[in-house]
Write a protein that binds this ligand. Structure first.
Ligand code: HAM
Length: 417
């Protein structure tokens, strides 16, 4: 037997309806906020992520699925959605279109990580990218969209953390102060963080190592170093969130794992799904489009991990209704009865009602068992007696109530049932 590769999963029919539910809520919410779907390729030239996500990030350093294609080009399966969309924005000249451009996407992503609950090598994101506005109100809009989506899906018990990681100018001052502080504690940092100290000291702030955590607890806070413009920006974001009634906590340790962020960063975190508690992460990335060779255009967005959403729903006992079930299952008792059932099934389907009939030549008992397994709402029995009388005996499975209905009235009966 050949198994799926480590860190990937089959999504079987017993679960796919849950995915459809979450995806439908994503589409519904995005539409409410005026966002349109964008689809970019599953793989890009590696350069997109080197320049976009950043060469000092864990994603680029350790987690990308990168290979040479048969033409010798370095190709990478997308580890996230933002960089590819920024590339598409530049390549298609979208900075000349109506701004802000509001995109949403549902996409598989690939990261070579150590799999655990809520962490896979192939996972799926619902994300949003708003490009073209510097205004703080669009930051709040982005956060509100994420919150609205989580509410619609039925997610409870997540905390929204926000922070500002400043702009190019004030970040430098902060990084200097942080480096100085961390150098004083160098010996107690984990080897990875010692390495990060020169390349990307901000990353040390979200190291999960206990010793590093102790050190970073006492580190200077970025929020005390940001310039007046960045500070005013954060205040405005807070004002808009307050107007929308969105609760949040300022958390100076939210720095995010990707290099493109500027100013506002945020995460929705749950205590209910173990170590991988961040269900949604996002922020502003005012330099990304220019970084990829486009006209300087600000942007902000987020991505939600769909596997984590489903895990959270499961762990908090939220039930999702399977709306894919067949409404009427026909149990014919012979050849002629089967032909009649086929005719009625087709009539129902033509009227938009899902229907099916026995293809296995089973006896009546097993047909009822099968109908129960597939969750059919009604079982319609056609035996020789019913056939000669031109009737169907129909049983409503939930309460066992039975009716006898003329073939000619059957579709109307089901429509009203
Ligand atoms: P991210 O924080 O790397 O941000 O990922 C966003 C979300 O994807 C996470 O909060 C998590 O729910 C999910 N996720 C990440 N890695 C995995 C994994 N290995 N297995 C399962 N789920 C995972 C980004 O990707 C940014 N592009 C978000 C963004 C959009 N920022 C601005 N615009």
């Amino acid at each position: 037997m050949i198994n799926v590769p480590k860190g990937t999963k089959d999504i079987l029919p017993q679960d796919s309806f849950k995915w459809q539910f979450v995806e439908q809520k994503a589409r519904e919410t995005a539409k409410l906020f005026g966002a349109s779907e964008i689809r970019t390729p599953t793989f890009e030239h590696t350069e997109v992520f080197l320049r976009g996500v950043g060469e000092t990030t864990d994603i680029v350093n350790k987690e990308m699925y990168t290979f040479l294609d048969k033409g010798g080009r370095s190709i990478t399966l997308k580890p996230e959605g933002t960089a590819g969309i920024a590339r598409a924005f530049v390549e298609n000249g979208l900075s000349n279109s109506a701004l802000p451009a509001k995109f949403f996407y549902l996409t598989p992503c690939f990261r070579y990580e150590r799999p655990q609950a809520g962490r896979l090598r192939e996972f799926h994101q619902f994300g949003v990218e708003f490009l073209g506005s510097h205004s703080a109100d669009i930051d709040a809009e982005t956060i509100l969209l994420a919150k609205t989506f989580l509410d619609k899906v039925g997610i409870k018990g997540v905390t929204l953390y926000i922070n500002s990681i400043g702009c190019k100018v004030c970040r430098k001052n902060y990084e200097d102060a942080l480096k100085k502080y961390l150098l004083d504690n160098y010996d107690n940092l984990c080897p990875l963080c010692r390495d990060r100290l020169e390349k990307n000291p901000l990353r040390i702030l979200d190291c999960k190592n206990d010793e590093c955590k102790k050190i970073t607890d006492g580190a200077p806070k970025i929020i005390d170093y940001i310039c007046d413009d960045c500070s005013n920006h954060l205040d405005k974001v807070k004002t808009y969130l307050d107007i929308a009634g969105v609760e949040y906590k300022i958390n100076p340790n939210i720095v995010r794992g990707l290099d493109y962020y500027t100013r506002t960063v945020f995460e929705f975190v749950s205590e209910n799904i173990g170590a991988q508690g961040t269900v949604c992460g996002g922020g502003r990335y005012d330099g990304l489009i220019a970084q990829l060779g486009g006209t300087d255009t600000p942007g902000i967005g987020f991505a939600v991990g769909i596997e984590r959403i489903l895990l959270l729903l499961e762990n908090t006992g939220v039930q999702i209704e399977n709306t894919n079930k067949v409404k009427v299952y026909f149990a014919p008792m012979g050849e002629k009865e089967s032909e009649k059932a086929f005719e009625l099934v087709n009539e129902l389907r033509a009227n938009g009602i899902s229907a099916d009939f026995d293809h296995m030549g089973r006896g009546i008992k097993s047909q009822f068992k099968y109908a129960d397994k597939i969750g059919a709402e009604f079982v319609a029995v056609i035996g020789s007696n019913e056939l000669s009388l031109g009737e169907v005996k129909v049983k409503k499975m939930i309460d066992g109530s039975e009716n006898t209905v003329k073939f000619t009235d059957f579709c109307d009966f089901i429509k009203k049932a």
